[in-house]
Design a binder for this molecule. Structure first.
Ligand code: G6P
Length: 362
């Protein structure tokens, strides 16, 4: 049938979509660049970003996790205070808003009912809304004032992969462009750095055999697994855990390294898999301390580090990319790890039980 043709030679959409990520990043660079190789964005969006005294990112699931990365980008690059909210929570427990809020709805499908409920509410209050979505004609896109597209191509697998990295790339562009519009000194040559990310992703998607081996070694029959990281790596550990639980049904949680000792470490037993991500120099030492703590309790630790920070113990070393963009590459082996863990358990990778690609009920 038609879906077989679209999948090409791939056994699953998820694997195809993981592999498409380097191309998606290049597409995004192309779409958001003018003929002088400068970032290009709609003027109304530029003005809305300039006016905002605070940004509220509203999202669900994987898009929420991309929003967490976006917050760091918007605050560090554009200096706009940014909050990230789970849509279903925001609806019923709205925080105190700033005077000039701008709402950003992050949604692959543009159809998530929880996010739409917030959009309806904030439009009633008269606040501006920007939707970042993969589907231009979608509900969230039509009902918001502005739209930015992800240009990721259709995402079919229920577990989101290329939309996550596309969302982070577009948020990086938005943050960098806003910094320029505000006349701030720009600390990053974003187009160049995104091109480096795209090449790094290519290297990573070529490492499938190695990651399949790691999945078999670390996650063979386990019932649970923990992901730890600090700072930006913590955000990625949340998404890594979500991928694994969604498709392999292994109970997986992401934790901030420093929080382990405040509870979660009680769960570590002989052989418990812990996946530790370290791509930031300023937290590398402390996360490795956390690794020692769990190793001492018998954990089976898989360390994903980055070139320049690597040690002999590390199972997987990522190519080096710009400090602010490391989530775009560190997530790739975690996506593949989830994929192979699910495959080894004979799970339905593209259509996991109980989940829907887009949830159109609140
Ligand atoms: C569903 C999907 C998730 C997705 C979430 C938000 O729960 O299973 O993969 O992250 O919805 O979807 P959205 O389309 O709003 O990004």
């Amino acid at each position: 049938d038609a879906s077989d043709i679209e999948k090409g030679t791939y056994p699953h959409y998820m694997l195809k979509e993981i592999d498409e990520q380097p191309i998606v990043i290049r597409n995004i660079i192309k779409e958001y660049q003018d003929e002088n190789n400068e970032l290009k964005l709609n003027n109304d969006i530029r003005n809305a970003m300039k006016k905002a005294d605070r940004i509220y990112i509203i999202a669900a699931g994987t898009s929420y996790h991309a929003g967490l990365v976006g917050k760091e980008l918007l605050e560090k690059l554009a200096s706009i205070p940014t909050e990230v909210h789970v849509a279903s929570e925001f609806s019923y427990n709205m925080p105190l808003l700033s005077e000039k809020p701008l709402f950003i709805f992050l949604s692959q499908s543009g159809e998530t009912a929880d996010s739409r409920a917030v959009l309806v509410k904030i439009k009633e209050l008269g606040y501006p809304a920007l939707t970042i979505t993969n589907v231009p004609g979608s509900t969230l896109s039509r009902e918001a004032d502005y739209t930015l597209q992800l240009y990721a191509g259709p995402e079919i697998a229920v577990a989101s992969t290329k939309a996550y990295t596309a969302q982070i790339a577009v948020l990086a562009i938005l943050a960098t462009d806003t910094a320029a519009v505000k006349g701030k000194e720009i600390e990053i040559d974003l187009i160049k750095e995104l091109a480096i990310v795209s090449s790094a992703m290519e290297v990573l998607t070529d490492e499938k055999e190695e990651i399949e081996r790691l999945a078999a070694e670390y996650l063979p029959t386990t019932r649970n697994a923990f992901f730890i990281g600090r700072s930006g790596d913590y955000n990625v550990s949340l998404e890594g855990a979500l991928k694994l639980k969604e498709i392999s049904y292994i109970q997986a949680e992401g934790f901030a390294g420093g929080e382990l000792k405040h509870g979660t470490i009680a769960l570590i037993e002989e052989g418990t898999p812990v996946i530790a991500v370290t791509t930031h120099e300023n937290v590398n030492y402390s996360i490795r301390g956390n690794v020692q703590e769990v190793v001492a309790r018998g954990a089976n630790v898989l360390i994903v580090s980055m070139k320049g920070l690597e040690e002999d113990t590390d199972a997987f070393v990522l190519p080096k990319v710009h400090e602010l963009l490391t989530p775009l590459v560190s997530i790739v082996p975690l996506q593949l790890l989830a994929y192979y863990a699910a495959l080894h358990r004979d799970c339905d990778v593209d259509k996991p039980r109980n989940l829907a690609k887009s949830v159109t009920v609140e």
